[in-house]
Design a protein around this ligand. Structure first.
Ligand code: TTJ
Length: 633
């Protein structure tokens, strides 16, 4: 009887993992670089869970020379005994049954887990080989797999006085398009995880070039806020921090204001970045507005006749983190990164309200600064509103007269319309003659368009380039944004393939991230991919979009008899026909859709480059020169 059950289970397991290998994208999003890195997060998240449960304080992630990955923790170790239902070891269950992670052990939260949170079995299925070792009961246990199949049953291979789990795997190169790990991508993620899991040490080792980084933050998200504000000038020293728990919702909040005008609040649920916010963020915002106003009234900083400070004014220049851990998160929204659990709102609201009032009473200096800053923001906003109502508002946000520079398309269905934002008038001219008039609109942008870092929205509206974009899009901006009115469902950035082009693209992405975030989340923003090289041989033209492609083309057609080889410096060097053929023709072009992570990266680069501190700018340019070019997506 037991044997029959085992067989049936075996068949189910094989079918399950086979399904993963057949449609990997369904389980890890994609098989590109992103999916490849996702495998590491899936494994590390298990160790982080053990840390959150309080049994582990160190995780070591190693990128080996062959681009295999190992993850070691010092937790209790995955149970090595036979699983009661399945008749196989718990280790084997974890690595061969879909969604098995955290199903046993009971108690505690299964809180982490990436966007997909699919578990170690998916990593196993997509690996050429995987070795797991468990250090427990004085012994080292080991089991091996290949493409998800057991190749060595669990066995004792030695003695140890440690406890922990070690997993070493090599992603299957027949499944992943890219099998080279990037240190900086993993570094970014694990630094964030370390900030969100205070007291956990995450060590990242790159054996390919002996790079090492260790992330450990005793102060957790307080240090995260400090880190985010490091290129800015804080207006008070003590970061607000609180933690609390109610009805199985764990909460941590930290914030600090800086001299700038932007609101930068990052929210997380179970260590997952909830880019679209949700009930936890709403609860926090409500508590902040209410408590600051209550305090200001109590202290007579707001007179009876004066109006309340608005949330927007209070959040001007704020940098904050809100992190909740809940056992059954419901994710909603365009990118499934919006927390939907309604009970969380009131819990966050009450914990923050209570702690913030205590903080303000203990730190009257800080309270005073926040109130003053908010009052100034309110005045500036009021003045701007009045000016705008009189002059610009109508013309900019409600006016339907399209900008003179815009060559609009004739189609009226936004779903079929695209607008190219083109760097420079000359490339703009080429694009205008090249385009398909029915569906493609062209808006040329001149020079460096704006400095959104230092400007409030009202000041930005003074820029003609900005006003032209807003009017052309036809959907308002920021809080007034109405996506239904958007005139184009593809907004395509087309800039030169040089440093200036990269800069303008960064500026535009930052602009969209800050003022048109919903368009980014909806996937309406794209980046055109003009070719980098033209090779001509026997009157035939070949275009290469990167160096590798150029090599491939040269290898294929041979280097003899080439009549022309050109490296394009700007779009202006292409005639309209070439521009159409290579970059604008919907049948043949490639567009890269901008995702929210690209926009966040642009915003970070931009803050460092344009913020008010000089030193970080120098540092940044040195350290991240490479990244700026990488952002050329
Ligand atoms: C489960 O409940 C009993 C004690 O051990 C718990 C557990 O599974 N702990 C655990 C799992 N610690 N570390 C892991 C783990 C670490 C890595 C790197 C990979 C995987 C799949 C699990």
């Amino acid at each position: 009887m037991a044997a029959t059950t085992y067989d049936e289970n075996q068949i189910q397991i094989l079918e399950g993992l086979q399904a993963v290998r057949k449609r990997p994208g369904m389980y890890i999003g994609s098989t590109s670089q992103k999916g490849l890195h996702h495998l590491v997060y899936e494994i590390v998240d298990n160790a982080v869970d053990e840390a959150l449960a309080g049994f582990c304080n160190t995780v070591v992630v190693t990128i080996h020379s062959d681009n295999s990955i190992s993850v070691l923790d010092n937790g209790r170790g995955i149970p090595v005994g036979i699983h009661p239902d399945k008749g196989i070891s718990a280790v084997e269950v974890v690595f061969t049954i879909l969604h098995a992670g955290g199903k046993f052990g009971g108690g505690g939260y299964k809180v982490s887990g990436g966007l997909h949170g699919v578990g170690a079995s998916v990593v196993n299925a997509l690996s050429n080989w995987l070795v797991v070792q468990i250090y427990t009961n004085g012994k080292i246990y080991e089991q091996r797999f290949a493409k998800g199949n057991v190749t060595q049953d669990i066995k004792i291979i030695g003695d140890t006085n440690k406890t922990g789990t070690f997993v070493h795997f090599k992603p299957d190169e027949t499944i992943f398009e890219d099998t080279v790990y990037e240190f900086n991508i993993l570094k970014q993620r694990f630094q964030e995880t370390a900030f969100l899991t205070k007291g956990l040490k995450i060590k990242l080792i790159d054996d390919r070039d002996n790079t090492k980084k260790t992330f450990y933050y005793e102060g957790g998200i307080s240090e995260f806020v400090f880190h985010l504000n490091k290129n800015k000038t804080a207006v008070y020293e003590d970061t607000f921090y609180c933690e609390g728990e109610k009805d199985d919702v764990l909460l941590e909040v930290a914030f600090q204001h800086n001299e700038g005008y932007n609101e930068n609040i990052f929210s997380f649920v179970n260590n997952i970045n909830t880019r679209e916010g949700g009930t936890h963020l709403a609860g926090f915002k409500n508590a902040l507005t209410k408590t600051i106003n209550d305090y200001a009234r109590k202290m007579n900083a707001l007179k009876e006749t004066e109006k309340n400070l608005t949330g927007e004014d209070i959040r001007e220049g704020i940098t904050g983190i809100i992190s909740v851990k809940i056992s059954e998160p419901q994710f909603e929204g365009q990118t499934k990164t919006k927390l939907g659990n309604s009970e969380v709102r009131a819990i966050v609201d009450s914990i923050v309200s209570e702690n913030l009032m205590i903080f303000l009473e203990r730190n009257p200096q800080v309270a005073k600064i926040i109130i003053q800053k908010s009052t100034m923001a309110a005045r500036a906003r009021d003045a701007a509103r009045k000016a705008r109502d009189l002059t610009r508002r109508k013309s900019v946000l409600e006016n339907s007269t399209l900008p003179g520079k815009l060559a609009d398309c004739s189609e009226r269905d936004p779903a079929k319309c695209e607008i190219y934002l083109v760097e420079g008038d000359s490339a703009g001219g080429s694009a205008k003659s090249a385009r398909s008039r029915q569906t493609q609109a062209i808006l040329p942008l001149r020079g460096k368009i704006l400095n959104v870092e230092k400007a409030r929205l009202d000041k930005m509206l003074a820029s003609e380039e900005i006003r032209n974009m807003i009017t052309a899009f036809g959907a308002g901006i920021n809080e007034d944004l109405n996506i239904e009115k958007l005139r184009y469902h593809k907004i395509i950035l087309m800039t030169d393939a040089d440093v200036d082009g990269a800069h303008i693209r960064t500026l535009l992405l930052t602009f969209f991230y800050r003022f048109y975030r919903d368009l980014v989340l909806n996937g309406y923003i794209y980046i055109a991919q003009p070719p980098l090289y033209l090779v001509e041989k026997n009157k035939k033209k070949y275009y290469a979009y990167n160096d590798r492609e150029l090599e491939n083309i040269l290898a294929e057609i041979g280097r003899q008899g080439i009549s022309r080889m050109q490296r394009y410096k700007g779009l202006g060097e292409m005639n309209p026909d070439q521009l159409w053929e290579t970059t604008m023709n919907p049948e043949t072009r490639t567009l890269v859709r901008v995702n929210i992570d690209d926009a966040v990266a642009a915003d970070e680069i931009f803050t460092a480059l344009m913020g008010d501190k000089v030193e970080p700018r120098k540092e940044f340019i040195k350290e991240y020169a490479k990244l700026v070019t990488n952002l050329d997506i």
